[in-house]
Design a protein around this ligand. Structure first.
Ligand SMILES: Nc1nc2c(c(=O)[nH]1)N[C@H]1C(S)=C(S)[C@@H](COP(=O)(O)OP(=O)(O)OC[C@H]3O[C@@H](n4cnc5c(=O)[nH]c(N)nc54)[C@H](O)[C@@H]3O)O[C@H]1N2
Ligand SMILES: Nc1nc2c(c(=O)[nH]1)N[C@H]1C(S)=C(S)[C@@H](COP(=O)(O)OP(=O)(O)OC[C@H]3O[C@@H](n4cnc5c(=O)[nH]c(N)nc54)[C@H](O)[C@@H]3O)O[C@H]1N2
Ligand SMILES: [Mo]
Length: 758
């Protein structure tokens, strides 16, 4: 690897003064409403409001400011004083706005009025809520329920999500794709298959007990900065963190706690990773197989010398299935193959394996670097293999802990937003609400997109998010979206998805989570579930951005009433007036997890809804935790060939998904532009490019479809050879819709085959 001085870099730790400056910039730009700073003080506190940024756990004893740079940005983004009013829409046609950048669209500020698309003028015009609900209801009634899709981005509360899923089923479909389908669906499918539980098994106290954390493909410094606190604490106590990531992410190297006056003034920083291994993109199955090989060798060695075990043989015997096959597989694979596929040396993997062997308790964490691959599911089953060897699931201080994305993405699944009917207690819903729920499998995100392309799906409702921008294959998707007969988007700010209206189209503005939600029954709280399966109440206090906004609950109820025949057991009006009644309904549907829901809403640290795998109850086909032989060592779906590069599409430190806050990827030292091609300096030289040259990328997926993105500046960056990087969503046009994890259909956004076109 080349000397770091040749590549762009940022030397300061994550956190630190840079993060304070990051917050100050956004304060200046959003000119947030008065009271915004008080709001930050209430962020992630009991009876406060829960951050709209990431899903990381909210501790029982929060810091004075229990938020991070990016959580503050997300809150201030919501509390901006800028407004995107009917006057704005009167000035601009939708066709004109489609030419704007994502950043400029959202910079117009909060949406203030319900809007109807007027095809004659190609403009959004204000309308009233009753008109919108009546028109949406009429359009849905005229549509075959199976030809409609209700998408959810992972932000809406448990209350809204429960009603939204119920609305879909009363109307007649399970077409409930959500952002998880592009994110941790790989987790939901793979972890469920091998451990019986679709979510992580850790709770916060595990982080106080572990001896090691194996950390794969998650950019904590930008995407879940509050997680740096428990990581820092763990390191200070002597725990070792081993990181596998093609990029040397700053947050996982050094961290200075911006909440600690002492650390800030003294410039003290903590080195987070003991060992940082720059695995090749898609090389994790090989790397983990190498670790397993070393652990098995250590077992043989210790047994031969001292008749003691490295492995937890009792656990393997009692609790697992398939160990022999995984052992045989790892032993049969040669080191040359492991080194080639992982890009890591046998010695480096030995150093990591030694840490794993020495640790009594290990936690495994991961993010999109594992889930967004064609063989993403096998990244995860391989990681579980490693953990099972030493009984590192279902014991205090151990566990598998996927780092979830949106602040309530896990919770939406918990309360019924799922296209998979087998994951929803349909019989219970039938009994509770007196109807016959649809039983056929619904559409996930990729399938929904396919049917929008084929014309089989004609109506789309989006509860938040920016789906057209977030999915792969941008060009074909935008063309297909334009043919829909109905599009409804419930949103806080304008984004590109809103600019591809169907024949009947409504843009419905809603309250943000930090805003006061006043209903007939008084001010309403809502709830969400964090990455560690704890449920928290959240109470908005700020004055809403406009008097014309409705809550998400009220909007879902409004659409449902206009669409469905009346049903006395489904009291939309009462639910809207008092969300505690929705929580009662949730409790009735899910009594085990949500008993005494209303009493427990404001439990400090949230209330834990439990996890069977944590209790070593394995709800799998074998009744045990499964070892799984990976069918391949590469998570990339296509082999290497001359001129083919592995492209990973990433987030910068200055965005929340498709929301672009600005053009500073501070922790990676990339400033002023997002249109970059990040590339190893040796690769740049080897293919005869130069730094600063503007190039394009073309799809190399061997399906004959021409997909290109141009205007990318070649930027030297310390990536493994053969791997290149750039930003999401700008590079989404390069990803084929069919390029996804084979089990879960999560788009494989981290291993996209491309060619460079000069
Ligand atoms: N500020 C902010 N916070 C966010 C978000 C945001 O956009 N901004 N988004 C939210 C959402 S929805 C999500 S899902 C999460 C996403 O958070 P992450 O899971 O961190 O997702 P990415 O930013 O896409 O980064 C993935 C990381 O994986 C690494 N990587 C890429 N390919 C591979 C690989 O093959 N192997 C390994 N080991 N590593 C790889 C990349 O270098 C990068 O560090 O964050 C949530 N929080
Ligand atoms: N190439 C590539 N593609 C990816 C990814 C990747 O790493 N690479 N990551 C994938 C992942 S992990 C995810 S989660 C998806 C994200 O996909 P989505 O969840 O669909 O997209 P977001 O960008 O989070 O949605 C932003 C919009 O949400 C709306 N919004 C914000 N707050 C609220 C609110 O409180 N209520 C409502 N109703 N609306 C609100 C605003 O209008 C804003 O414009 O993208 C996926 N796409
Ligand atoms: Mo996500």
């Amino acid at each position: 690897m080349t000397d770091e001085t040749e590549t762009v870099h940022y030397d300061s730790p994550s956190g630190g003064w840079g993060s304070v400056r990051g917050m100050a910039t956004i304060l200046g730009r959003e000119r947030p409403s008065p009271g915004a700073l008080d709001t930050l003080r209430r962020q992630n506190k009991v009876k406060g409001f829960m951050c709209v940024s990431c899903a990381w756990a909210k501790p029982k004893e929060p810091n004075t400011f229990e938020f991070c740079e990016n959580g503050a940005k997300a809150t201030l983004w919501e509390l901006t004083t800028k407004r995107c009013t009917p006057a704005f829409f009167a000035r601009h046609t939708v066709a004109e706005l489609r030419g704007w950048k994502d950043y400029d669209l959202e910079q117009q500020g909060r949406l203030t009025h319900p809007l109807r698309y007027d095809a004659a003028s190609d403009k959004y015009v204000p309308c009233d809520w009753d008109e919108a609900f009546a028109a949406i209801g009429a359009a849905l009634k005229a549509t075959d329920p199976g030809a409609s899709v209700f998408y959810a981005s992972g932000r809406a509360s448990l209350e809204t999500s429960y009603l939204y899923a119920l609305f879909a089923r009363l109307y007649g479909h399970n077409n409930l794709p959500d952002s998880s389908n592009m994110c941790h669906e790989t987790t939901s499918v793979a972890l469920k298959k091998v451990t019986g539980s679709p979510v992580g098994t850790c709770v916060l106290p595990d982080f106080d007990l572990c001896d090691a954390i194996f950390f794969f493909g998650q950019n904590t410094g930008s995407n879940s900065p509050r997680l740096l606190h428990p990581l820092q604490e763990a390191v200070k106590r002597g725990a070792k963190i081993v990181t596998f990531n093609p990029v040397r992410e700053r947050g996982l190297e050094k961290f200075r706690n911006p909440q600690s006056v002492k650390e800030m003034l003294a410039g003290e920083e903590t080195q987070i990773s003991t060992l940082y291994l720059q695995v090749k993109t898609g090389g994790d199955i090989a790397a983990i197989t190498g670790l397993i090989k070393h652990v098995l060798a250590a077992e043989d060695d210790l047994w031969a010398r001292e008749k003691r075990h490295v492995l937890d043989v009792d656990f393997i015997e009692q609790h697992t299935d398939g160990f022999d096959a995984v052992k045989a597989h790892a032993e049969a694979i040669g080191w040359d193959e492991i080194e080639r596929e992982s890009g890591l040396s046998r010695e480096d993997l030995k150093a990591a394996a030694d840490i794993y062997v020495a640790a009594n308790r290990t936690i495994a964490m991961y993010g999109m670097g594992l889930t967004q691959h064609v063989h993403g599911a096998h990244n995860i089953t391989s990681l579980v293999n490693l953990m099972l060897l030493k009984g590192n699931i279902g014991r205090d201080g151990t566990g598998v802990s996927p780092v979830r994305g949106h602040s309530n993405v896990q919770g939406q699944r918990t309360v019924g937003i799922s296209e998979k009917p087998e994951l929803v207690p349909l019989d219970k819903l039938a009994e509770q609400f007196g109807f016959d729920p649809p039983r056929e499998e619904g559409l996930n995100t990729v399938e929904a997109c396919k049917k929008i392309v084929s014309g089989e799906v004609t109506a789309f409702v989006g509860l938040g998010g920016n789906l057209v921008r977030a999915i792969p294959e941008t060009e074909a998707m935008e063309a297909a979206w334009a043919k829909l007969t109905l599009t409804v988007n419930i949103a806080t700010k304008l984004n590109r998805s809103h600019l591809i209206p169907g024949r009947v189209a409504y843009l419905l503005p809603c309250l943000g989570r930090s805003e006061e939600d006043l209903q007939d029954g008084g001010a309403q709280a809502v709830t969400m579930e964090d990455s560690l399966s704890c449920i928290h109440g959240s109470l908005g206090k700020n004055t809403p951005a406009s008097e014309h906004l409705l809550s998400e609950v009220a909007i879902v109820a409004g659409m449902a009433k206009a669409t469905l025949p009346p049903n006395p057991r489904v009291p939309w009006n009462d639910w809207t007036a008092d969300y505690a009644l929705i929580r009662d309904a949730i409790e009735e549907t899910y009594p085990e997890q949500f008993h005494h829901f209303n009493k427990r809403v404001f439990t400090p640290g949230g209330f834990y809804r439990g996890n069977s795998a944590r209790e070593r109850v394995w709800k799998t086909e074998s009744g045990k935790a499964d070892f799984t032989v990976p069918p391949t060592l590469s998570a990339i779906g296509l082999g290497d060939r001359e001129g083919r590069w592995r492209l990973m599409t990433m987030r910068s430190n200055d965005q929340f998904n498709t929301t672009i806050y600005g053009y500073s990827d501070r922790l990676r030292g990339i400033e002023g532009t997002r249109e970059v091609l990040l590339m190893n300096p040796e690769d740049i030289a080897a293919v005869g490019l130069r730094e600063g040259q503007v190039v394009g990328l073309a799809s190399d997926a061997e399906d004959g479809v021409d997909r290109q993105v141009g205007g990318l500046t070649v930027t030297p960056f310390l990536l493994p050879r053969g791997c290149i990087g750039g930003y999401y969503p700008e590079l989404n046009p390069l990803i084929p819709l069919w390029w996804h994890d084979e089990w879960s259909k999560t788009p494989a956004a981290k291993g996209v085959p491309v060619r460079i076109v000069a």
